[in-house]
Design a binder for this molecule. Structure first.
Ligand code: DSN
Length: 424
């Protein structure tokens, strides 16, 4: 068969883009060669609807073993009693959980998207806001922090059936103990979506939601550094609170209800090639070197936040506990969109982001979100961070000066030449 030169040319160009630039999108990372190898394997050819040992297709003996390995490693990594590794993404994982736990029209309470939350936590443009009745909590204007007394007040007023914690752009750790108390007070299920800090939580660098939240969802490709995908977990299984029974008359456990919500509830055949790659990534995340990696991610983010503050930037909440920070650019007279565009011209990738109480649209925004998982994978350390912030400052303060942008790009490319994409 003729080689598809059009696509492979583009893949080569993308490899060059990733290798020569500074990647600061907080939700991105660089997977290992063996994660990619598993993803690009013959496992993609296999249909395996169902679960290991209980499939609707023949010939699943081998993918059964690979999916079981993924399940076992994920359980060990997160100290989970139950996991489902089939969700194609974090959004799919959340859709399955909501299908399992809610009826259309039920109330949910999530973290406001414009304060750093996620679309699938009740946004009106997403299934979660269309099928269910959302209300939101946010951060305080002054501190940039979540006020849990305020969360409790809203929960008591709204009486949601589900409370969702977790974010895409919140730089502080979460108080899962307090949230569980609030959830218990209003008899809500508590869902933690840990997609962003997942890898840091897995290795004990941040608070662990699994002992406190009823259900936990995650993506596998952010700080966890696995293939693009999702997963659902529980620290402990429990009988479903609605008294639903099996055909034998026994109360169904939540694990069974969640499994059924993934397939056949919201998905068809699992992506067994991605599940094999998830197994590889879980194995890598169980290594000692991954703990060192996670610690370095947080160190780099901390130094970066301080370097921005030193240069007069407003970092929301004044710093970070995790892998990211949100920067309000209003005091610097540049929009998020302008900053993103200028930085991309200099081969520095970030995303524009709404900041709390933003007065601009999501297409313009007043801020940028910056994260350190990807540059840390490439081997950048404390000493490199002030230089990166200098380059970013130079770009943002001269964003219409094409000559300056070209000069920074040259420096960025020279700097990144020292770091292999697959070095680790
Ligand atoms: N789009 C992801 C992020 O960038 O955070 C969240 O789904």
């Amino acid at each position: 068969m003729k080689r598809d030169t059009a696509i492979f040319k583009l893949i080569k160009e993308e490899l060059h883009r990733q290798t020569s630039g500074i990647e600061l999108i907080a939700s991105e990372n660089f997977v290992s060669a063996q994660v990619m190898e598993a993803m690009g394997s013959v496992m993609t050819n296999k249909y395996a609807e169902g679960l290991p040992g209980k499939r609707y297709y023949g010939g699943c003996e081998i993918v059964d073993q690979s999916e079981q390995l993924a399940i076992d490693r994920a359980k060990q990594l997160y100290n989970a009693a139950w996991v489902n590794v089939q969700p194609h993404s974090g959004a799919q994982a959340n859709a399955a959980v909501m299908l399992a736990c809610l009826n259309p029209g039920d109330k949910i309470l999530g973290f406001d998207l414009s304060h750093g939350g996620h679309l699938t936590h009740g946004s009106p443009v997403n299934f979660s806001g269309k099928l269910y009745k959302p209300s939101f909590y946010g951060v305080e204007k002054e501190s940039g922090l979540i006020n849990y007394d305020n969360v409790e007040k809203i929960a008591l007023k709204e009486k949601p059936k589900m409370i969702i914690c977790g974010a895409s752009a919140y730089s502080r750790d979460w108080d899962y103990v307090r949230l569980r108390k609030i959830a218990d007070k209003v008899k809500a299920l508590l869902l933690a979506d840990i997609s962003h800090p997942s890898g840091l939580i897995a290795r004990g660098i941040l608070n662990d939601p699994l002992p406190h939240c009823h259900i936990v969802t995650t993506t596998t490709h952010k700080t966890l550094r696995g293939p693009r995908g999702g997963m659902i977990m529980m620290g402990q299984d429990f009988p479903n609170p609605w008294g639903l029974k099996t055909p034998k008359g026994e109360i169904k456990m939540m694990s069974a209800i969640l499994d059924a919500a993934v397939f056949p509830g919201t998905q068809g055949g699992p992506l067994e090639h991605v599940i094999a790659a998830k197994a590889v990534a879980y194995g890598e995340a169980l290594s000692d070197s991954f703990v060192k990696y996670g610690i370095q991610v947080v160190k780099n983010a901390n130094i970066m936040a301080n370097e921005f503050i030193k240069r007069g930037y407003q970092v929301i909440s004044g710093g970070t506990d995790n892998h990211l920070m949100l920067i309000d650019l209003r005091s610097k007279n540049i929009t998020g969109k302008e900053a993103e565009n200028a930085l991309v011209k200099a081969d520095i990738t970030v995303n524009k982001n709404m900041v709390p109480f933003d007065d601009k649209s999501p297409f313009v925004t007043s801020g940028i979100r910056v994260g350190t998982p990807a540059i840390t994978t490439r081997g950048l350390k404390e000493r490199d961070i002030p230089k990166i912030v200098d380059l970013m400052d130079m770009v943002m303060m001269n964003h219409t000066n094409e000559k300056k942008l070209a000069a920074v790009k040259k420096e960025v490319n020279k700097m990144m030449k020292q770091y292999d994409l697959f070095a680790w």
